[in-house]
Design a protein around this ligand. Structure first.
Ligand SMILES: Cc1cc2nc3c(=O)[nH]c(=O)nc-3n(C[C@H](O)[C@H](O)[C@H](O)COP(=O)(O)OP(=O)(O)OC[C@H]3O[C@@H](n4cnc5c(N)ncnc54)[C@H](O)[C@@H]3O)c2cc1C
Length: 320
């Protein structure tokens, strides 16, 4: 079927003139999905990305319907490719540095790292998070291959192999029990933390999970960045195919803070309502940046929801 390239609608007089109708910040699974949805609505969209997605350290994306095991950059390349038929979507490799909202007009003013200033009626923040790893030798080098964060993403690949679970607070016991679904050879490593309750110790013991409380000296990997063994400061070692950790996180961008969006106190995630709108009208957030489960397919779903919510709100404003 031939696709019309004409500008779809004339802007009604009461709608303010802006460079774009929607600016999407971040072109991971969430941002690309939002751009696809809005391109299909023939919205004037700018999709900006100034860096790398969170999982670029990983060899594969697992659990993504129809793309299980695809390499992270290939998944995104398909996403970019599939935006090409939509002429109203512009893609740029730029960081969005600043964002403010004009309280009188509701228009957003953004600047890119190139210095370019632009205006938009809506913003979708799909900017993701940064993982903060414990300062242990080998942790960064093995991240995404020998050091893993999520059994839903990587558990199947280490099935029935010896694995360790790192944690220095009480959440480590529940995490280790979760991992025991994939392997019966699980060891908890608390890296010097000795505060585990008797109840937690008992539960772990009942499920055959050992506890190593001595501080870790180093993670020793193989050439392919898989884990070989863990070395402790008391010179003992633990052979292990992988170390699971719950990394701390922070928002990759401070745009939500600049715009005055509410962040959740404990996690620092950007609060959103059921339409994926933040506490600031006209600012939407999708993907790892929100409190939802951090999976690529969930990020893509949230991006699609943000696109729908933006289009419907823009339509309401235009048809007032
Ligand atoms: C090691 C590892 C392995 C993983 N494996 C899996 C897996 O197998 N399966 C799975 O489902 N999930 C996996 N995940 C989780 C998955 O990576 C995330 O859920 C997913 O990437 C979230 O997508 P997103 O679009 O929200 O964020 P991201 O993919 O992080 O994309 C955000 C983008 O926004 C850009 N950005 C940030 N700030 C700005 C700015 N100011 N201006 C312009 N651009 C900006 C960033 O550079 C980035 O490209 C893994 C995560 C890690 C860390």
């Amino acid at each position: 079927m031939p696709v019309s390239k004409r500008r779809p609608f004339k802007r009604p007089r009461h709608v303010p003139a802006t460079d774009y109708e929607v600016v999407i910040v971040g072109a991971g699974a969430a941002g690309l999905s939002a751009a696809l949805l809005l391109g299909r609505c023939r919205r004037r969209v700018l999709l900006c990305d100034g860096g790398r997605p969170r999982n670029h350290f990983s060899p594969a994306v697992h659990g993504f319907l129809s793309r299980d095991g695809i390499r992270p950059h290939e998944l995104l390349a398909i996403g970019h490719e599939q935006l090409k038929p939509y002429p109203t979507v512009e893609q740029r490799q730029n960081c969005v540095s600043t964002a403010t909202k004009d309280p009188e007009t509701g228009i957003f003013h953004l600047t890119l790292d190139s210095g370019r200033a632009l205006t938009t009626r809506k913003i979708i923040l799909a900017t993701g998070v940064i993982d903060i790893l414990p300062p242990i030798k080998g942790m960064h080098e093995l991240w995404g291959r020998g050091v893993l964060h999520c059994p839903y993403c990587h558990g199947f690949e280490i099935c029935d192999q010896p694995v360790a679970v790192y944690g220095t607070d009480k959440s480590v016991a529940g995490f280790a029990l979760l991992i025991s679904r994939w392997s019966k050879d699980v060891t908890v490593c608390t890296d010097g933390w000795t505060g585990m309750s008797e109840h937690a110790r008992h539960r772990l013991k009942r499920h055959g999970i050992a506890i190593y409380e001595q501080p870790i000296r180093e993670l020793v990997g193989r050439r392919n960045h898989q884990l070989h063994h863990i070395e402790f400061k008391d010179a003992s070692t633990l052979p292990s195919a992988a170390l699971f950790i719950h990394s701390s996180q922070k928002q990759r961008s401070d745009l939500a803070t600049q715009l005055g969006c509410r962040l959740l106190q404990r996690s620092g995630a950007v609060w959103v309502d059921k339409r994926i709108q933040t506490s600031v009208a006209g600012v939407y957030a999708a993907g790892d940046t929100t409190p939802a489960a951090q999976q690529a397919i969930i990020a893509a779903a949230e991006g699609a929801q943000a696109g729908i919510s933006c289009n419907e709100q823009l339509t309401r404003e235009e048809c007032a």
